[in-house]
Structures are given as structure tokens and as C-alpha cells.
Design a protein around this ligand. Structure first.
Ligand SMILES: [Ca+2]
Ligand SMILES: [Ca+2]
Length: 532
């Protein structure tokens, strides 16, 4: 049955195709013409038009189909590019730099152009490595102030950007009473290789609930904003029973940010800092205004990307998952990294019920990387993003390791996704990474009084640039030959974020080098072994 609109359409076609005043359609308002040859011709034309339209529609549908296939192929190709890039992860090696160290916990530089590497030891000494050797006199020795227990001691060291002018530097240690202490010291007026032990000034203290208080955090690091960032563990041994990490009325389980150039508490000798006005919880009592981020368990080695200012926070897990969190430089703070509701990207304590679902679905910041204890592994040591000049193949790679098993991974961000691969399996206890003034990276074999400092190099070799590290070793430098990197076997996670690669092989531990510094410390418990 024809409608009026159909008729109008047919008439329009006829009018446009012919000057004839009849259309042969039999539509209302027009007297039907007797079928003639002319009428048949028009019907044929309509049929042709119909089939042309049908064919066009078919072509359109075919085009869409081909486009969909093309998009899928593009995505697959993109993925292949990622894999190809992963396949080009560099082969790294370790070049021995210094031996005979004692439980190094921080390796850093003063940024003063001296080329010195400062090595903080858990026992309380800060040593200087320069011109190929460790200076015999410690830069600072506060071993009489430091609690000599596992996971305690001198844990952190940081130099502000104006160190060359002001001479102040900052340490993080646990004192004899178990308190976490952040303190400022000053270099000697007469000897740049010696600090003045009498110059101590407490920045802040955090009491710990001994004997369980073995999650001390231990990072002090200056951000690109010039403020001091301090990582503090949840203060427990196991499972954060006090709920400290999610409690905004305690510093335990937090990253703090303070201004070391002010004293907002003139009447308090244990609080000598200012609260940056931009801190996320300023003016929200009883929330503590020093808190920058929260929900961490025992952040062990947190570092800033010296190029971008992004902040990497490695957090030691409880029973199953080790993680790395990423805080972009543009962050205004206030991130909740999930502990103890989550461990990595997995529910740990669903209290109150529903918390895990909430935290996993936008209620917290999930890590960019995680790995499981089944590797086996047990305790993450956060590292640095390589920004040195000597090994272009390492550019932009974030290094991290497992303390217990001695695996070293590299991670890169490709198309917004972090991908990770095991780069070396030296098999020794890795307590910390380090960075020198030029951005070259180091890693520590934590072996009590036979600890070794290695420099990370690439098997692809250095560039011929004369601006390579200012800290050459004066002795022949044996290298640890890397294991061939096996094809990665990612652990299963519900997240698109890749987990660290699994290597089924292990490399024999290198033979410990002879001790150079006869410091007696025989306690067998290494740091920072995660609590159970
Ligand atoms: Ca004060
Ligand atoms: Ca977390």
C-alpha cells in the first residue's frame, strides 16, 4: 500500500528525470495511467534506483566491517610494538665499585659537583666514596644514637638542592628508644668530607610501639618543590592491627611532606619544620597536616624522577604482594595507596565489609607494578628511574628489586601501561639502589660487613661521552654476568598492569669480597625483611 510520502518521493524522482507530467505510480491525487511502455520504463528506472541504493548500503556495511578489522589489526600491531620494545629491554651488568661496606641502606649524592657518593650504613655511619675508594674517616658517625636492631638503625639520607651553599643534610634513623627520628646535620666548616656531629637538630620524631614497631619506612627525599618527603611505616609488624595506615590522625603508614626551612612550632624542640600550605589536609583537624599521602605499609625506598619529578613509592607487602606506586609530579597529594584494606591489587582486610570493592574500584590508588611471593620473592626494594648519560639503552627504565632473592627488574611505561621484565638475577640481598650526580645508578649487595656496592651498566656498552660517571673504580672491576633473560611469564593479575617477569633460573651468588672495613656486626637478620 502506498503512502502519501512514497508518492511524493516517486513524483519527485519522475519530475527530476523527465519533463513528463505523469508518473505511472498510481498514487492518490493523480489519475492512474494505463500501463504503457513509458510507464514500464519508469518502473524499470525505479527498480534500478532501488538496487543502486541496496548496493550502496552493502558497500557501506562492508566498509564498516573492513574498518573494524583494521582497528583490531592496528591494536594488535600496537601490542606487538610493545612486545618488540620489551624484547629490546637492555641486558644489564653489575660493575663492582666498593667492597667491605656494612649494611648500606642509602646510596646518594650531595648534588654539589664533587662527584662523591655518600653511603649511609644501617649501623649509623655515613661513608664517602670518591676517586675510586671509600674514605677511611666516616662523613658522619651516629652509631651511638642508633638502635642496632633488625629493620632499625640509620635508614635514610638526603641532601637538599642548596647543600653546596648551606651545608645541611638530613638523616632518618631509629633512636635507642625506637623512635623514628628525622634530623638535620651540617658539614664541617673546614673539611667537606666530615660533618659536625654536634650540629644535630631534630626535625621531627615519631614514637614506635616497640617491640612490634619494625615498619619504619626510612626514606627521606627532597622533591622538586624543595620540600622534604618522609616515608613512615605502619608501626606494626603484621597486618597493621591498629589501622594506622588508614588513620589520618597518625603519621604511621604515611608519606609526610614538610618544609625544613621553617619552624612552625617554636615552643617544641622536637618539631622543627613548617607545614607547606599546599599540603592536602591543611586546615582539616584532627587530620594531621604533615600528611602528604597515606595507606602505605612499609615504604622502602621512594625516589623522585630527576627529570619529570614523578615520585615512585615502593611498598613492602605482607604475605603475598610487593608493589610500586607511581605519583605523578602534578599530584597535589592526598593519595590513598590502599593498605591495609588492599595488599597490592588484592583484598587483604575487608573491614568494614565492602572496603575492598570500594578500594579496587576507584577508592584508592592501585600500584603500577606488583609481584607475588610465589616467584619466590618476599620484600621489595624500590629503585630509581635511570636518567644517566652513559647508557642510553637504560633511559627511562625504573629499576627495582626483591631484597630476599636478589632479582632486579626494569619497568617502562609504554602507551600508558607499565611493563616490567626481570633484567638480572644476581641472587644477593639487595637493600637499596643509589644514584650519583650524573644519574648513574648503583645497587647494594647487603652482606653485613662484606657488603658490596655495584654500578649498573648495560651490556650494550657506554656511550663514548667523556661525561660518564665521576666515580671510577681504581681497581679492576669484575662484572656479574647476567643470566640470559628467559621469556617472561607474567603472573596472573586482574589488572592490565603487567607484573614482574618470572625467571625460573638463578645465578650463583658472587663470592663475597674480602672485608675492607673490620666492623663487627654479626646479627643474621637482614633488613628490611617483611614481617609476617
Ligand atoms: Ca620547634
Ligand atoms: Ca597499596
Amino acid at each position: 500500500m502506498k503512502t502519501k510520502s512514497n508518492c511524493r518521493f516517486v513524483r519527485l524522482l519522475v519530475l527530476r528525470s523527465s519533463s513528463a507530467t505523469h508518473d505511472g505510480s498510481g498514487c492518490e491525487g493523480r489519475p492512474a495511467r494505463k500501463l504503457t511502455n513509458e510507464g514500464g520504463f519508469f518502473r524499470l528506472r525505479l527498480l534500478i534506483i532501488f538496487f543502486v541504493c541496496l548496493f550502496s548500503a552493502f558497500l557501506l556495511a562492508l566498509g564498516e566491517l573492513l574498518r573494524a578489522h583494521s582497528l583490531r589489526d592496528s591494536a594488535l600491531h600496537q601490542r606487538k610494538d610493545v612486545r618488540q620494545q620489551l624484547g629490546s629491554f637492555p641486558t644489564i651488568q653489575l660493575e663492582q665499585v666498593a667492597t667491605g661496606l656494612t649494611q648500606p641502606t642509602t646510596v646518594t649524592n650531595a648534588g654539589d659537583g664533587s662527584g662523591r657518593i655518600f653511603i649511609a650504613q644501617e649501623t649509623g655511619e655515613i661513608l664517602i666514596f670518591v676517586n675510586g675508594s671509600v674514605l677511611p674517616i666516616p662523613f658522619l658517625d651516629i652509631s651511638d644514637l642508633v638502635r642496632q636492631e633488625p629493620e632499625q638503625g640509620l635508614l635514610g639520607l638526603a641532601f637538599p638542592s642548596d647543600y653546596a651553599e648551606q651545608g645541611f643534610f638530613f638523616v632518618d634513623y631509629t633512636d635507642l628508644d625506637g623512635n623514628i627520628v628525622i634530623a638535620r646535620y651540617q658539614v664541617s666548616d673546614v673539611d667537606p668530607n666530615v660533618a659536625d656531629p654536634a650540629s644535630a637538630r631534630t626535625i621531627l620524631k615519631q614514637p614506635q610501639g616497640l617491640p612490634l614497631g619494625d615498619h619504619n619506612g626510612g626514606t627521606v627525599a627532597f622533591g622538586p618543590d624543595g620540600y622534604l618527603y618522609i616515608s613512615i611505616g605502619d608501626g606494626s609488624c603484621c597486618g597493621d592491627p591498629g589501622g594506622n595506615a588508614q588513620d589520618l590522625q597518625t603519621w604511621l603508614g604515611k608519606i609526610l611532606r614538610v618544609d625544613i626551612n621553617r619552624d612552625d612550632f617554636p615552643g617544641d624542640p622536637d618539631r622543627n619544620y613548617g607545614v607547606p600550605p599546599g599540603n592536602p589536609f591543611v586546615g582539616q583537624p584532627p587530620v594531621l597536616p604533615e600528611i602528604w599521602a597515606y595507606g602505605v605499609r612499609n615504604p622502602w625506598r621512594c625516589t623522585f624522577d630527576r627529570v619529570t619529578g614523578d615520585f615512585f613509592i615502593a611498598d613492602v607487602g605482607q604475605d603475598a604482594w610487593e608493589e610500586v606506586n607511581f605519583q605523578p609530579a602534578a599530584s597535589s597529594g592526598g593519595e590513598n595507596y590502599g593498605w591495609s584494606v588492599l595488599e597490592g591489587m588484592h583484598c587483604y582486610n575487608d573491614d568494614p565489609p565492602g572496603s575492598c570493592d570500594d578500594f579496587l574500584n576507584g577508592g584508592s590508588i592501585l600500584p603500577i607494578l606488583e609481584y607475588n611471593h610465589d616467584l619466590p620473592a618476599c620484600s621489595i626494594t624500590g629503585g630509581y628511574r635511570y636518567r644517566g648519560q652513559s647508557y642510553p639503552s637504560l633511559e627511562g627504565i625504573y629499576f627495582y628489586a626483591d631484597f630476599c632473592t636478589g632479582r632486579i627488574w626494569g619497568a617502562i611505561q609504554v602507551n600508558g601501561t607499565w611493563e616490567s621484565q626481570e633484567l638480572l638475577f644476581p641472587g644477593f640481598a639487595i637493600s637499596t639502589f643509589g644514584e650519583d650526580e650524573t644519574g648513574e645508578l648503583y645497587v647494594v649487595d647487603y652482606n653485613f660487613d662484606q657488603s658490596v656496592l655495584y654500578r649498573i651498566t648495560s651490556a650494550q656498552g657506554p656511550t663514548p661521552s667523556p661525561t660518564s660517571s665521576p666515580t671510577p673504580s681504581s681497581t679492576p672491576t669484575p662484572s656479574i654476568t647476567p643470566t640470559p633473560t628467559p621469556s617472561s611469564t607474567p603472573t596472573a593479575t586482574p589488572s592490565p598492569t603487567a607484573t614482574a617477569a618470572v625467571s625460573p633460573t638463578s645465578t650463583p651468588r658472587p663470592t663475597p669480597t674480602p672485608r675492607a672495613r673490620p666492623i663487627s656486626r654479626t646479627r643474621p637478620t637482614p633488613h628490611p625483611r617483611p614481617s609476617r
